[in-house]
Design a protein around this ligand. Structure first.
Ligand code: ADP
Ligand code: MG
Length: 277
């Protein structure tokens, strides 16, 4: 497609856990200002894929490049240093701490003599959330009082503020209702519009399609399909999902079952009229 060097490129990546093959020959590109969606059923290898991107696991085969350079991260810290930030579903937040404390957790802003610059952190948190379109009245409220969707948004805004180039989101909408999922999807679009590359993991094609530019469908560790948006419709994407293939098989089976039931009925005396044209 484009000549630009992708922010992240996986080519033929494989990963085993002992003798379990979690991923085999998987390829994916993440470009600046694009959302790459990774879809698949449970056990498809989605988490394994993002753990490789995030620096938590090493791939066993294939190549992983960041801005054209092959990498083999030893830790998530290494990945973060290259601008790859991962937001996990079970967010590492301290529920009783204020939103701004969580926003700056581990990267606190200090003044002379190590005194926390509370004013700066409060103001920055409020401004950054505002830039992402979230208007929190009170950044002093404990983060635990926010909804799941809002907490995801704070985590995304935080990653953006601390300079992420690539945002990796592991099923950020899975536990959310329709309205809150919408809030997170809007955030994903915001991050894209600010020029980040986003890797969005989900098993929901209806969440992926409206925001995605590329779609990788994993099935039992393999890339089953890889399409840009102009190559695929929402219906195709839904059908391609692991469940889609199985549903087709099920529909086929049910169809032939009902056909054989119908045949059996017509064979019986007093059954359906076989003589009809
Ligand atoms: N740490 C691990 N040790 C052994 N097997 C694992 C481990 N993590 C994942 N797997 C296996 O790898 C496969 C892919 O898992 P995963 O990447 O978690 O899939 P997904 O996130 O799509 O549900 C599954 O068969 C899973 O059981
Ligand atoms: Mg998973």
């Amino acid at each position: 497609m484009s000549e630009r060097v992708p922010l992240v490129r996986l080519d033929g990546v494989g990963k085993n856990y002992g003798n379990i093959i979690a991923l085999r020959e998987v390829s994916l590109e993440v470009h600046a200002g694009e959302v790459a969606c990774v879809l698949g059923d449970n056990g498809a290898g989605k988490s394994t894929l993002i753990k490789i991107i995030a620096g938590l696991h090493r791939h066993d085969s294939g190549t992983y490049e960041v801005q054209g350079e092959p990498v083999a991260f030893a830790s998530p810290r290494d990945a973060l240093d290259r601008g790859i930030a991962t937001v996990y579903q079970d967010l590492a937040v301290v529920p009783l701490m204020p939103v701004w404390r969580n926003f700056f957790l581990g990267s606190e802003k200090r003044r002379a003599l190590g005194v926390l610059d509370v004013d700066f952190m409060r103001r920055t948190t409020k401004d950054e959330l505002m830039r992402m379109g979230i208007d929190l009245r009170d950044v002093d409220q404990p983060i635990g009082t926010l909804s799941g969707g809002e907490r995801q948004c704070v985590a995304i805004a935080r990653a953006v503020y601390f300079g992420a180039k690539v945002l990796v989101l592991d099923e950020p909408t899975a536990a959310l209702g329709v309205k809150q999922a919408g809030v997170v999807l809007r955030y994903i679009v915001q991050a894209r519009e600010r020029g980040l590359g986003v890797v969005f993991i989900t098993h929901n094609p209806h969440h992926a399609y409206p925001v995605g530019d590329r779609f990788l469908i994993l099935n039992r560790g393999r890339g089953m399909a890889y399409h840009t948006k102009d190559e695929i419709t929402r219906e195709d994407l839904t059908a391609l999902m692991a469940g889609g293939a199985e549903l087709r098989q099920l529909a086929h089976e049910l169809e032939s079952t009902s056909r054989s039931v119908a045949e059996e009925l017509t064979d019986r005396p007093g059954g359906m009229d076989k003589g009809a044209p």
